[in-house]
Design a protein around this ligand. Structure first.
Ligand SMILES: CC(C)(COP(=O)(O)OP(=O)(O)OC[C@H]1O[C@@H](n2cnc3c(N)ncnc32)[C@H](O)[C@@H]1OP(=O)(O)O)[C@@H](O)C(=O)NCCC(=O)NCCS
Length: 318
């Protein structure tokens, strides 16, 4: 019978086989080189500061990890960062993952002062974890993982009528102001509460640009358009390399007053041309299914759906 143990009892080496199997799966299923994220996870595990659980059999002296999950605290919020069970130990009903998830949710909901939990576990299909999340009162938001192949003939895209500038040198404050304003009354700010404030948008940017959690930031293709009427930005697009030949769009937004004039499309054409020139094979991104305008833009550009997953949010009553 397997036990649930505290992740902080483990050394990174004990989880190595599991982490390598996870990286292989991300590579195969999501075109994602998970190694840089795993390096960060290994460091935190090594420092024994990553809260989470390990499903393990074997003996107390020689535990054999079958799966693990971790979460992080961000002031008042808990983020479920990862959940993984090795393919050989995984049942069709996903009982092993659900058990680890139960423990993480119970710990987080019992944490004083914590009033929100967010989870976006892209590697899981919606039905695989839904029963656990719904039992604990989480709200689910359907998200789509989209893919655009860069091989084949380049579509004819004329020069942009908008002055697209490289990201380098953009003040983070301008980008954060644009992000916060772009997501006012937007479904994505229900999923990620960072978008609701300037400080949260700034933290989002710092994570994307400086930390490899969502791939390695790709400065060469990320771009902005200055607001012709002000000193801030009208639009931005941020890209990370999630594999040496795959660019993942981590953010795209256009200021409300400049929408519907082809700016979003032009930013994508810019990224597509830049990545194609540099030999990339594909662009990926995730989008909330309810974000109809964005979906229309992506479908028009030729993106196709690779898979779907759910984002989950829990808020403490009262
Ligand atoms: C999604 C977003 C970036 C689109 O930017 P945009 O500059 O308004 O988009 P475009 O003007 O280039 O429109 C491109 C396509 O999207 C669709 N579209 C965009 N705005 C539309 C509107 N107001 N009505 C109908 N269709 C629209 C159309 O299919 C359009 O195709 P077309 O050029 O052939 O008509 C913008 O709405 C935005 O910033 N939204 C908030 C942030 C967000 O949701 N980001 C995406 C997260 S995944």
């Amino acid at each position: 019978m397997a036990d649930i143990l505290d992740l902080r009892q483990f050394r990174p080496g004990q989880l190595d086989a599991l982490l390598r199997a996870e990286a292989e799966e991300w590579q195969r299923e999501l075109l994602w080189d998970y190694e840089s994220s795993l390096e960060l996870i290994r460091q935190y595990i090594g420092a024994r500061i990553l809260p989470g659980y390990v499903l393990s059999d074997g003996t107390p002296q020689r535990p054999r990890p079958l799966g693990y999950g971790f979460f992080v605290y961000e002031t008042h919020k808990g983020l479920i960062g990862d959940l993984y069970v090795g393919p050989r130990y995984r049942g069709a009903e996903r009982a092993e993952e659900r058990l680890i998830l139960e423990h993480m949710i119970e710990t987080l909901t019992a944490t004083p002062g914590l009033h929100r939990i967010e989870a976006q576990l892209m590697a899981f299909r919606p039905e695989e974890l839904a029963p656990v999340f719904s039992r604990h009162g989480f709200r689910a938001y359907r998200r789509l993982f989209l893919h655009l192949d860069l091989a084949g003939a380049a579509p004819a895209a004329g020069p942009s009528p908008w002055p697209i500038q490289p990201w380098a040198g953009t003040p983070f404050e301008h980008a954060a102001t644009l992000i916060q304003a772009s997501y006012a009354q937007h479904v994505d700010s229900l999923i990620n509460d960072q978008y609701r404030t300037f400080g949260g948008s700034l933290r989002f940017l710092q994570n994307v640009v400086h930390y490899p959690g969502c791939g390695q930031f790709d400065e060469a293709s990320s771009a902005v358009i200055a607001d012709p009427h002000g000193e801030g930005l009208a639009a931005l697009i941020l890209v990370s390399r999630v594999r040496p030949d795959v660019g993942h769009v981590t953010q795209v937004c256009v200021s409300q007053r400049w929408r519907g004039r082809g700016i979003g499309r032009q930013l994508f054409e810019h990224v597509r041309a830049n990545l194609r020139r540099r030999g990339f094979a594909a662009i990926t991104l995730t989008v909330t299914a309810a974000n109809a305008l964005a979906l229309e833009l992506y479908r028009g550009l030729g993106f196709s759906q690779m898979r779907e997953f759910d984002a989950y949010v829990w808020e403490r009553a009262g």
